[in-house]
Design a protein around this ligand. Structure first.
Ligand code: DAH
Length: 341
């Protein structure tokens, strides 16, 4: 009987090393270890043995059972690792039944988005969009804006000169006289576009964007200026954003005002962004200086018309809106940055 048990064990182990699927191991388990299996059949004959031999054979039977169980567990592990290896190999190849990969979708650059948002607000307020040259005459960029010859903005350090009387425009304000020369009052325009300055740090890039505004005739009063720019701020930054008009100076406006908004970070309490003042400057504005009408070639009647103008930096508007603290992020084209807009 001991011989039978050992033979049974050898046979089971041999079949288990051949097994190629988990189902085969399950079948062998039933055949050998099941209630009506081979081991059980041999054990039934235990009663035929002399009493003193029974305990030893019982021990042998237990060892045989343990060896078979062990071999079954090993067979399952072996089969599983073969299956994962096969699955890997399959996925490395071309599987035409897999769904296609979705192409990454592009999106508008945050500066373009902000540009459009600013323009949309003014379009709803009745402004028309005009376009003008980036390579500009010194005359429109400085002279006709009442910027005197010795003004620091005219310095070679600050302005890109193409020739003695041609520059890369340093702001969009030259559009003011250009538009008035083409259109009799009333005028109600915005002029978005690129501007250039010899400047580069965390808040300045040599090229950036501005939106100029001009409203002359038909109610271009200081009250209109305040109303329109307050509406702009509320639409851009939310109805609950406080606005303040702070006296300032520009050669082409009189009086001039800079517009501040309540700090977007600390909401007026004072923080590093606003230099503890609770306010952030977002644009320049003022009543068009009467001298400008004199520069308009076909003539605007200096005594009869009034109007206001404003200008803002689009990057700055976007930085404050989205909490970007380095202007250069807009131009590095890092998709991890751009993806967030
Ligand atoms: N051109 C000015 C600048 O670049 C901004 C500006 C200020 C424009 C006042 C205006 C204005 O039209 O009225 O800093």
């Amino acid at each position: 009987m001991e011989q039978d048990l050992l033979k049974l064990q050898a046979e089971a182990l041999a079949r288990l090393t051949q097994a190629k699927a988990r189902e085969e191991v399950d079948t062998l388990r039933i055949q050998y270890l099941g209630r009506k299996g081979f081991l059980a059949a041999i054990m039934k004959r235990l009663g035929e043995l002399p009493k003193e031999e029974r305990p030893r054979l019982g021990q042998v039977a237990n060892q045989v059972k343990a060896a078979m169980e062990e071999a079954m567990a090993q067979a399952v592990t072996r089969i599983e690792s073969i299956e994962t290896a096969q699955a890997k190999e399959r996925s490395a190849g071309l599987d035409l039944t897999l769904p296609g990969r979705r192409p990454k979708r592009g999106r508008l650059h945050p500066i373009t988005q902000t540009f459009r948002e600013v323009c949309d607000i003014f379009i709803r307020l009745g402004f028309e969009i005009v376009d003008g040259p980036e390579v500009e005459l010194d005359y429109y960029n400085f002279e006709a804006l009442n910027i005197p010859k010795d003004h620091p903005a005219r310095d070679m350090q600050d302005t890109f000169y193409v020739s003695e009387d041609v520059v890369l425009r340093t702001h969009t304000s030259p559009m003011q006289v250009r538009v008035m020369e083409k259109t009799p009052p009333p005028v109600k325009i915005i002029a978005p576009g690129k501007v250039f300055r010899r400047d580069s740090d965390v808040t300045h890039t040599p090229m950036f964007h501005q939106v100029e505004g001009l409203m002359v005739g038909d109610g271009g009063s200081f009250g209109d200026l305040k109303g329109i720019l307050t509406t702009f701020v509320h639409q851009m930054y939310g109805e609950d954003t406080a606005v303040r008009f702070r006296p300032s100076f520009f050669p082409f406006t009189e009086p001039s005002a800079e517009v501040d908004i309540q700090c977007v970070l600390c909401r007026g309490a004072g923080c590093r962004l606003c230099g503890q003042t609770g306010w952030l400057e977002i644009l320049g504005s003022g009543m068009v200086h009467p001298a400008l009408y004199g520069y308009v070639k076909n003539g605007y009647d200096t005594g009869a018309v009034t109007g206001f103008a404003f200008g803002m930096g689009v990057e700055r508007i976007a930085m404050l809106k989205y909490g970007v603290d380095d202007i250069r992020s807009f131009y590095e084209n890092d998709v991890r940055f751009l993806n967030q807009f």
